[in-house]
Design a protein around this ligand. Sequence first.
Ligand SMILES: O=C[C@H](O)[C@@H](O)CC(=O)C(=O)O
Ligand SMILES: [Zn+2]
Length: 277
Amino acid sequence: MDVRYATNPDDARSYGTEELRDRYLVTDLFVPGEVRLTYSHQDRVILGGAMPIADLPLSLPVDDAVRTEYFCQRRELAVFCVDGAAAVTVDGVEYVLTGRDLLYIGRGSEQVSFAARDGLRAPKLYLCSAPAHQTHPTVLVRADQVQPINLGTEKGANRRRLHRYIDGTLVTSCQLMMGFTEILPGSVWNTMPCHTHARRTECYLYFDLAESARVVHLMGRPEETRHLIVGNEQAVISPAWSVHSGVGTSDYSFVWCMAGENYSFEDMDHVDMADLR
Ligand SMILES: O=C[C@H](O)[C@@H](O)CC(=O)C(=O)O
Ligand SMILES: [Zn+2]
């Protein structure tokens, strides 16, 4: 498992490009025939990708970074289907996920495995997990069950549709809040005006971005921002002190997931444009 220690904003201000990328950018999440996991000490969030190929189901490994008998012994996990179709089996129960479906897997689930659906291409499954101290039921959320929230304006180039999958309504979890936001064609900005939330770590996985397109992701304290140039299917870990916003060279989507202190999606400290530097 790729382990990332938590970072201090006073130190992060002196990081150069490579150091910023090493600490906060997660690449190569989707490798055919593999489960890839990154353990962040920021709120102990684990991010990953599973890409099962035909006839070769993958099981969710347990790693010394968590040192439990099985992965979900003291954790909850969400699986978001970025691409293709997959069967996710949780303690013998099979759930079929297609594009933009999400499976919430409650604490205590012992065996989790991922398989490609017969004859279909290898699916890309994005994994997000956080420590959990209570068991909530495993729930499959189909993409069409989520009522999107329209945000932004054409003039602001930030028209987007926000889909909240795990926020205590359709699914209740211990810590994880998760969903995805799609930037509408002609718009490029996400989460601008931006915010921080010292109570929670947030991770973004950018997807549906053309191969040659990039997102300029903004991070850092509002008064001293930094940027990461992010490609398709790469993720960014945002510490609690960091803004998380981005502008694409085209439209795109991103999965957001949060974990930390409280359980309120609305808990944000909005940053005044005049205070951004
Ligand atoms: O804390 C919430 C998160 O930053 C995202 O949900 C914001 C987002 O998707 C957007 O504004 O486009
Ligand atoms: Zn946020």
